[in-house]
Design a protein around this ligand. Sequence first.
Ligand SMILES: O=C(O)C[C@H]1C=CC(=O)O1
Ligand SMILES: [Mn+2]
Length: 372
Amino acid sequence: MSAAIQSIEAILVDIPTIRPHKLSMTTMGVQTMVIVRIKDSAGLEGLGEATTIGGLAYGPESPESVKLTIDTYFKPLLIDQPADAINTLRVRLNCAVRGNNLAKSAIETALLDMQGKRLSRPLCDLLGGALHQHIPVLWTLASGDTEKDIEEAHSILAQNRHRDFKLKIGSRALMDDVRHVAAIKEAVGDRASVRVDVNQAWDEATAVKGMAELQAAGIDLVEQPTPMKDFAALVRLSKKFHIPILADESVADAKDMFALAAAGFSGAVAMKIAKAGGPARALEQAMVAQASGIGLYGGTLLEGTIGSAASLHAWSTLETLHWGTEMFGPLLMRDDIVVTPLNFHDNGVDLPSGPGLGVEIDEDKLTHYRRK
Ligand SMILES: O=C(O)C[C@H]1C=CC(=O)O1
Ligand SMILES: [Mn+2]
């Protein structure tokens, strides 16, 4: 008899960021994580996380809606079910609940963590095994101030903590953004790769001008310049410029990836476990991208250590991450709720070891930061 799921808890945790994080759609001063704890009848616990950016500013699920979805709709479908039947549980959830991939990702993560602990294997082993133990991670410069960003970049390069930078643009007039980006690229020179994320803020005409200017400024990659549903614009832009495009919001899962690739897109894709509905689902998308000649990039919704570790286990199984990853979320928060934080060094992070995610909750910290 396999162990049955006995309890599921979804806990809202608020941790301030180390500085304001300014994106085209919102400025973050705090990150809210939904920490999921699933316990089974054998006494094992699985951890998961669902996190987004700026409440409902980024997408249709908020931390509060994720908690409600899990408490009200997922729990009755999962309690008393066999905890090790992860595929059966996924089908069960998908038959009853449309969308809500952030909530589904937290559940899939927790079930995989528990399965790893049951088998005494790291989570990546459940996905075929890791090819990499140290994974490249970039840093996002998004203080909203050019000089502060340059200072931050210099200090990070001096520590050898990251070598690639992503700049968040799109909230200002185009040429103001171009000047901001060009100044940062000039300050770091060839020591760093500089990319930008527009988070859908431009229309196609602005994107045509913007991409020409960014290409001239030596920028390496332009992420989601135009609105997510406008696949045709992404395809036209990818054909028009040498500077590659990274599709983010446009591509949640394997089906989106197939549709965009079939429409003629070339470039790269930001995989995120949250968008896809879990670490295993995100890898399905990677397979479609690989078959279509689309480059891979390990993306984040600025998760804390639990969500970042889950993503790293998935990315570690991919032979080539053409553009590295951005699993820096824990470093953007002032504190952590785990016993041993991830080890960021030498422009990357170590894949955590130990059974499951290899991450343990610090109960005092969780009590301190959980929403009262
Ligand atoms: O890529 C996004 O849109 C979201 C996220 C990733 C890094 C960051 O600063 O924000
Ligand atoms: Mn993005």
